[in-house]
Ligand binder design. Structure first.
Ligand code: NDP
Ligand code: MG
Length: 349
């Protein structure tokens, strides 16, 4: 179904042909955020599902209590026609070597993020289909939306199509987990991986936290109270983002005061200036040429020394010490914890 105002095609329930998955067995490897949602949604959609978990898995009891059949990853993969790899990206290469033997010609290896395929950390056999079905949401919402009859928007991509029916099968899987109820767009492994990494580094997780911290420190260093700086630079961020999310930039500008609008329109580009744009282009280049991927893989192989150090510095930043007691004093934090969880997990994908 093509919307003439879009540069892309959006697929809905009617565009998916469930016969491409209904007589197949799907192995869902992992029962974490995405894994529990995909396996339960597929099973309730009538698809034969087997969950693959390591011998000592702490999730086995939960999966069985949810009515699912559990095998080891290698057994589950051997039994299945579609193997959906839903363990953390950093452990996927090792897990894949463990299940490789059970993946036969004509089977499908499926991902929810393109990193390991795009950066050649997993090289699947040449005689299998390789696809992606990636809900644009954390797993608990994929599950909750399915249960409530709504859907979760998602992406599909095909990397290898030996059977000729990889795309149709991916759409059928997207139907099974509820994504085509909300709408699914087609992308490539390269585009999904590179835009995802760039966005989380430059704009969402990295860019936004840096903006918040610099603003907070500017106010506190100038003698304003940390509590005021926290509200102004961190807490209000959500209110502004919500307005943009609901109706774009114009909706936000229309909702704030004229003074805020004039001040923001005249000063924003002074902060995020040509220099910031050059840094963004460098970040994108490091994503595109694999520099970032190599760095992150080496960091994991070395036991995550920089990651651990940076994480600690962030956790002990002044704004964190000011924010924690403040959030406890106000009621909104509890009410909106679902939203916070959503944002946190969305940044993980
Ligand atoms: P999780 O971190 O939630 O996965 C946890 C599961 O992986 C657990 O069942 C765990 O097993 C298993 N696991 C961890 N390490 C190993 C190992 N060494 N061997 C075998 N099993 C292991 O992953 P996510 O659901 O967050 O991510 C899965 C995929 O989905 C990734 O590719 C991610 O990029 C993508 N994605 C994630 C999104 C999100 O919001 N989280 C959104 C969109 C895509 P055990 O139970 O035994 O501990
Ligand atoms: Mg098999």
């Amino acid at each position: 179904m093509t919307d003439s105002e879009l540069n892309t095609t959006v697929y809905y329930d009617d565009d998916a042909d469930r016969s491409h998955i209904d007589d197949k067995t799907v192995a869902v490897i992992g029962y974490g955020s995405q894994g529990h949602a995909h396996s339960q949604n597929l099973a309730e959609s009538g698809v034969d599902v087997v969950v693959g978990l390591r011998e000592d898995s702490s999730s086995r009891a939960a999966a069985e209590a949810d009515g699912l059949r559990v095998e080891t990853p290698a057994e589950a993969a051997a039994e299945a026609d579609i193997v959906s790899i839903l363990v953390p990206d950093t452990v996927q290469p090792a897990v894949f070597e463990n299940i490789r033997g059970g993946i036969e010609a004509g089977d499908t290896v499926q991902f929810a993020h393109g990193f390991n395929i795009h950066y050649n950390q997993i090289r699947p056999p040449e005689d299998v289909d390789v696809t992606m079905v990636a809900p644009k949401s954390p797993g608990h919402l994929v599950r909750r939306n399915y249960e409530s009859g709504q859907g979760t928007p998602g992406l599909v991509a095909v990397y290898q199509n030996v059977t000729g029916d990889a795309r149709e099968e991916a759409l059928a899987y997207a139907h099974g987990i509820g994504c085509t109820r909300a709408g699914v767009i087609e992308t490539t492994f390269r585009e999904e991986t590179e835009t995802d990494l760039f966005g989380e580094q430059a704009v969402l997780c990295g860019g936004m936290t840096a903006l918040v911290k610099e603003g907070y420190e500017t106010l506190v260093d100038a003698g304003y109270s940390p509590e005021m700086a926290y509200f102004e630079c961190l807490n209000e961020m959500k209110l502004i983002v919500d307005l943009m999310y609901e109706g774009g930039l114009s909706n936000m500008w229309d909702s704030v005061s004229d003074t805020a609008e004039y001040g923001g329109l005249t000063r924003g580009d002074d902060v995020i200036d040509d220099h910031a744009r050059e840094r963004m282009e460098e970040i994108l280049e490091a994503v595109q040429d694999g520099t970032f991927a190599r760095e992150w893989i080496a960091e994991n192989q070395a036991g995550r020394p920089s990651y651990t150090q940076l994480k600690h510095a962030e956790e002990t930043h002044h704004i964190e010490q000011v924010g924690e007691p403040l959030r406890d004093l106000f009621a909104w934090a509890d009410e909106e914890s679902d939203d916070a969880e959503t944002a946190e997990a969305a940044a993980d994908d």
